[in-house]
Design a protein around this ligand. Structure first.
Ligand SMILES: Cc1ncc(COP(=O)(O)O)c(C=O)c1O
Length: 425
């Protein structure tokens, strides 16, 4: 068999099972094409994508502007390493810094790398600016967090599957309950060596937990009071997903008169990934103002691929698409519609307990226990009915379509979802 011979779904699955490490448990569907809100399997069946590669494909699959920028750059110059300057990086750093309102960007590739970068910046800032004694810095994190898969990051996870038998773990983290300001205040007051507070504005992997409206702004105020960096991990929530450019943005540019918004919070350190490339290429980064970023000096941190010319071209195009196509506004409006339609259904449902989320980052909670197979079985049935979604837990299904969806498409998807759920009533 030629290596790139056209395969059936079963052949492709068999190959992955035999030759790939079993570090994922995918739905049994093999995709070979994507366009906008749709993906196709190798047998030609079309699906609505309701995962968007964990919110990387906010701009839709194979967006022509993003793919065009990538192809053009790939034919000119792909990689120089940071041993030399390239003509795309500076322009991208200026564009991204102004776009998100920070002085500087530190470019990386994956979300986990960007989180690691933020942790390193925070610790170095603590020793060199805050005056914490060497090796004493602590970073506060939240229970049920998800920030990636590196050894340090899993050190402060409380997911046993992600942690077990990967020790010894990195120390220097204090874990508190999410959405609990008292716990944050206590942790800050009882420890003078706190350097930062790392938080997801909405806990995506944990099951789309949206904190109280004032949580982020009050947490930021507490951090300011204690001279602690407020580090927002917006790898999943950022770049229009939650109906704002960032989930920490309080001001919505939508025209909804009833939109109360949430207080605006500017993180000291902002972590982005995923949709920074629209899913075309691994691009991540950390943004901060000069008084923080200046602790990083030549040789302190880096990456062969971080800030390469293709990444820079792709990221600029991806961010332009978000702005030009008003994806935050669309996510805001469609998110309201999605939750109101599902709430109508839930009134008479005994299989779904609730829907929650912001913008187009939503989840339903199934009326079954956390370790049940129900959410998985519903996702398999959704697939049969032409919509792809994935459980985050045994009883929680996340719904996060590309943000280029239209209202008619969303209503068609709601019909598929409710029809499928009724099969389980
Ligand atoms: C909030 C958050 N941070 C970090 C990551 C890690 O990103 P990556 O998988 O690109 O390393 C993820 C991935 O899902 C995430 O949701």
């Amino acid at each position: 068999m030629a290596v790139l011979e056209k395969l059936t779904s079963q052949q492709a699955i068999d190959l992955e099972n035999k030759y790939g490490a079993h570090n994922y448990h995918p739905l049994p569907v093999v995709l070979n094409k994507g366009e906008g809100v749709y993906v196709w399997d190798v047998e030609g069946k079309k699906y609505y994508d309701f995962l968007s590669a964990y919110s990387a494909v906010n701009q839709g699959h194979c967006h022509p502007k993003i793919v065009g920028a990538m192809m053009e750059q790939a034919q000119t110059l792909t990689l120089t390493s940071r041993a030399f300057y390239n003509d795309r990086l500076g322009a991208y750093e200026k564009f991204a810094s102004e776009y998100f309102g920070f002085d500087k960007l530190l470019p990386m590739n994956t979300g986990a790398e960007a989180v690691e970068t933020a942790l390193k910046i925070c610790r170095k800032w603590a020793y060199e600016k805050k005056g914490i004694s060497e090796n004493e810095a602590q970073i506060i994190v939240c229970e049920n967090n998800f920030h990636g898969r590196t050894t340090t990051i899993i050190s402060f996870s409380n997911d046993p599957v992600a942690r077990k038998n990967f020790g010894p773990y990195t120390s220097g983290f204090i874990k508190i309950e999410y959405d609990n300001l008292k716990a944050l205040e206590q942790a800050l007051e009882s420890n003078a060596n706190v350097a930062g507070f790392l938080v997801e504005p909405i806990q995506g992997e944990a099951g789309v937990y949206v904190p109280s409206d004032d949580y982020l702004s009050k947490a930021k105020a507490l951090c300011e009071k204690h001279n602690v960096l407020f580090i927002a991990d917006e790898v999943q929530t950022g770049i229009a997903r939650t109906g704002r450019l960032l989930a920490t943005c309080g001001d919505c540019s939508c025209s909804d008169k009833n939109c109360s918004g949430t207080p605006n919070v500017k993180p000291d350190v902002l972590i982005l990934g995923k949709a920074l490339s629209g899913g075309a290429y691994p691009v991540s980064g950390v943004l901060a103002d000069d008084h923080i970023m200046e602790v990083i000096k030549p040789g302190n941190h880096g990456s062969t691929f971080g800030g390469n010319p293709v990444a820079a071209a792709v990221a600029v195009a991806a961010l332009e698409v978000v702005r030009d196509e008003k994806l935050a506004e669309n996510a805001f409006e469609l998110g309201e519609l999605f939750r109101s339609e599902l709430n109508e259904y839930i009134k008479t449902s005994n299989i779904v307990n609730l829907v929650r989320g912001k913008g187009l980052l939503n989840a339903i909670v199934i009326n079954d226990d956390e370790n049940s197979e129900t959410a998985w079985n519903i996702c398999v049935a959704l697939k049969e009915n032409g919509l792809l979604a994935k459980p985050t837990h045994g009883n929680i299904i996340r719904f996060a379509p590309p943000l280029v969806m239209t209202k008619d498409q969303l209503l068609e998807c709601v019909a598929i979802i409710t029809k499928t759920l009724k099969e389980f009533e």
